[in-house]
Design a protein around this ligand. Structure first.
Ligand SMILES: [Zn+2]
Length: 414
């Protein structure tokens, strides 16, 4: 990250009057930070010039000369009216002032940018026309060979659909359009505590200036590959939407591990993002990518390459692991099938054995019955005397029973 020394102070909602109209040239003068006690030009101090009443308030409804230069204390050096004069700051709000300063700062930056040397600058005075309409960009830079870059500074609310229509208009007209949002007003909403707990916002670079919500407009821009940018004219700083995202292949345990995170633009569905502040002087127009290339965007490009390389390595590793798993699975299946076959064979053998045993028993039973039947038949054929030998025994007949009157004989016998 290259936030520059004034990065952390940027985007602090400071609405200090740092611009004034030079009464002599009618051009805007910018008071750089900390220069309130210095010289505006060699031999002319800011304080002296203001004291002559030569620096006028740029507010369209005011135009009064500034009364003093406030230089000292913790605040940024700025111009101020005399007490009782120019009570408009709260009334007109910062919109007009921001718009005015933004255009002025952009025009001054474009004029000093080496890569835009020789380009013609138009402020609000060069409409782009197409058969179906026209648009007048806030700042239009035209190269000697006719390449056009339009800067749109957007303070007020704008729907994604309207932005898309304007973006398409510039595309059809062959104009590179660069959109810059205000760091207060409807385009700047601080992220909620709930959003700050999201994984992509938990980690932040200490130099990142703020964390803001991404509106439907910003999400539409992200959907079309345009990264939202904010402009703080007071510090001449560009803020780039950025997040710290983790790769999809990272395991949940490593989610907050910073080695596995990448500094990338927010994804379309993110509700909020960090703002990385870069000095405007370090930004450049990338005509091929059709965007303002801030140092943070350069970091994004590098990180995207790293992310893609890591992703490829991870995919290859996953494929290897899958192949290995497949081989192991195959081996397990083979072993299970073999075991099942073995078991089936054992069961079949046992069944056969039991069958044989049963057959043997039945056979024996049959044989026994057969023998019994044969013995019975053989007995049937025998003469009765042999069949029942006791009935035809040769024993002598038992002695006759003694008569009843000779009981003594019976007693004597027994
Ligand atoms: Zn004023």
């Amino acid at each position: 990250m290259t936030p520059g020394p004034r990065g952390p102070q940027a985007f602090t909602q400071d609405t200090a009057q740092v611009l004034a109209v030079d009464k002599k040239t009618k051009h805007l003068r910018y008071l750089p930070a900390g220069e309130g006690n210095g010289e505006m030009e060699p031999g002319v101090t800011w304080r002296g010039y203001v004291a002559q009443g030569m620096l006028l308030c740029p507010e369209p409804d005011c135009g009064l000369p500034f009364g003093r230069v406030v230089a000292g204390g913790g605040r940024r050096h700025h111009f101020a009216h005399r007490p009782g004069e120019g009570e408009h700051d709260a009334g007109t709000g910062p919109e007009t002032l921001w718009h005015l300063s933004a255009k002025d700062v952009l025009a001054r930056w474009a004029a000093s940018q080496p890569s835009l040397a020789g380009w013609t600058l138009h402020l609000d005075d060069a409409p782009i026309t197409l058969p179906d309409g026209w648009r007048r960009p806030d700042v239009l830079a035209v190269s000697p060979d006719g390449v056009k870059v339009a800067f749109e500074v957007q303070y007020s609310a704008l729907t994604g659909t309207d932005w898309k229509a304007r973006h398409d208009f510039y595309f059809k007209a062959g104009v590179v359009d660069i959109w810059l949002f205000a760091h207060h007003g409807p385009q700047w909403r601080a992220a909620t505590a709930r959003q700050l707990r999201r994984a992509e916002l938990v980690w932040r670079d200490p130099d990142w200036a703020a964390t803001v919500q991404l509106s439907g407009l910003h999400q539409t821009m992200l959907q079309h590959g345009v990264i939202p940018l904010w402009l703080d004219p007071t510090t001449q700083t560009i803020g780039t939407a950025t997040t710290r995202v983790h790769a999809a292949h990272t395991s949940p345990d490593a989610r907050l591990g910073e080695d596995a995170a990448y500094t990338l633009p927010p994804r379309r569905a993110f509700p909020a993002c960090h703002i990385a502040a870069d000095p405007l002087e370090q930004c450049d127009v990338d005509l091929a990518a059709r965007e303002l290339l801030t140092p943070t965007r350069r970091v994004h490009c590098k990180e995207r390459d790293r992310f893609q390389a890591d992703e490829q390595v991870a995919q290859e590793r996953a494929a290897r692991v899958r192949a290995q798993l497949h081989v192991q699975q195959e081996e397990r299946t083979r072993r299970r099938r073999a075991a099942e076959q073995e078991k089936r064979r054992a069961i079949a053998a046992q069944v056969a054995e039991e069958q044989a045993e049963r057959e043997k028993r039945e056979h024996e039973e049959l044989r026994r019955k057969e023998e019994e039947r044969a013995a019975f038949e053989a007995r049937q054929k025998m003469p009765l005397t042999q069949q029942f030998p006791p009935m035809f025994g040769q024993e002598p007949p038992s002695p006759p029973k003694p008569p009843w009157w000779k009981p003594w004989q019976r007693i004597a016998r027994s």
